[in-house]
Design a protein around this ligand. Structure first.
Ligand code: MN
Length: 288
């Protein structure tokens, strides 16, 4: 078997509108890049500061065939779904939702932000599911920041959202082996981050500038590292560097996607529409 070389591509995130019309910056899917196996989407939500009554979220909508991950940096988000899950996410909290066979959910800024305004900043990531688990029973994992390991070193801080670092493991159970780490490096600091060799890795700039291996990253730049090495070498420039790092093993399966559904074939997408329209995803039970 021939070993493929690592390749690093830097993309600039593009501004787009999502849900009820809130602004995001999207690394992909965009024209020319549908997904980076097994990651199907990565959106930076905000940062945006809403005035009173200006908050916009994503009201009731379906998903099937993958997992949605929400990670909050600033502000607060509220979530409820058709399987009776309900939660509120604050800075550093994560929600890992396996849509599987199908959910309908809503994702909105928290009530106090809707009423009084406030800043919202975070990430939404879609992780694909393998064919055998696309119709799995929906599952919901939610952890507060205090429940996620923090690993520090000289000038480095890392929150382990998924996977493991220095023997500290996140409680999140991923279907596809996935690493997700939020890193903050002081000026000139360096962090060697172990990931699964051969995975597809993403380093998404949040603030400041730095390097992954020898590739420079700054404002709105995202490194896509195909066939990643076993260690990502992250180094901050003089202003410090904050980034979200993701790595997942590629599924190497066909991807058929349309909006909120991601399956393996077009026929399965059409079935998803029929099931959704027939009410088979359930509905969100609301008492008011
Ligand atoms: Mn959603």
């Amino acid at each position: 078997m021939q070993t493929q070389a690592t390749s690093i591509t830097v993309v600039l995130t593009q501004v787009a509108l999502e849900g009820g019309g809130f602004q995001i910056r999207r690394a992909f899917p965009v024209a020319g890049l549908s997904y980076f196996d097994p990651i199907l989407l990565i959106d930076e939500m905000g940062p945006v500061t809403y005035g009173p009554g200006e908050g916009i979220g994503a009201p009731d909508h379906p998903h099937r065939g993958f997992e949605t991950v929400t990670y909050v940096l600033d502000g607060a988000m509220e979530h409820e779904d058709s399987h009776g899950h309900r939660g509120s996410l604050r800075p550093g909290d994560v929600q890992w939702m396996t849509a599987g066979a199908g959910v309908i959910h809503s994702e909105m800024p928290a009530k106090e932000i809707m009423e009084h305004g406030g800043r919202v900043h975070g990430f939404q990531i879609w992780v694909n599911l393998p064919q055998a688990q696309k119709l799995a029973t929906p599952r919901y994992q939610e952890y507060a920041s205090e429940q996620l390991p923090i690993v520090t070193g000289p000038g480095t801080w890392a929150r382990v959202i998924a996977g493991e670092l220095d023997g500290r493991r996140s409680p999140i159970e991923t279907t596809v082996p996935t690493t997700m780490v939020h890193v903050k490096l002081d000026a000139g600091a360096h962090l060697a981050l172990p990931i699964a060799a051969g995975s597809n890795a993403i380093v998404h700039t949040i603030d400041g500038s730095g390097r992954v291996q020898d590739t420079a990253l700054s404002d709105h730049r995202v490194a896509l590292i195909a066939n990643a090495p076993a260690t990502l070498e992250l180094t901050a420039d003089a202003g410090g560097f904050e980034a979200l790092v993701l790595a997942g093993m590629p599924l190497n399966e066909p991807v058929a996607r349309y909006g909120p559904f991601v399956m393996n074939t077009k026929a399965e997408i059409e079935q998803a529409f029929r099931d959704y329209q027939a009410g088979r995803f359930g509905e969100i039970a609301r008492t008011n």
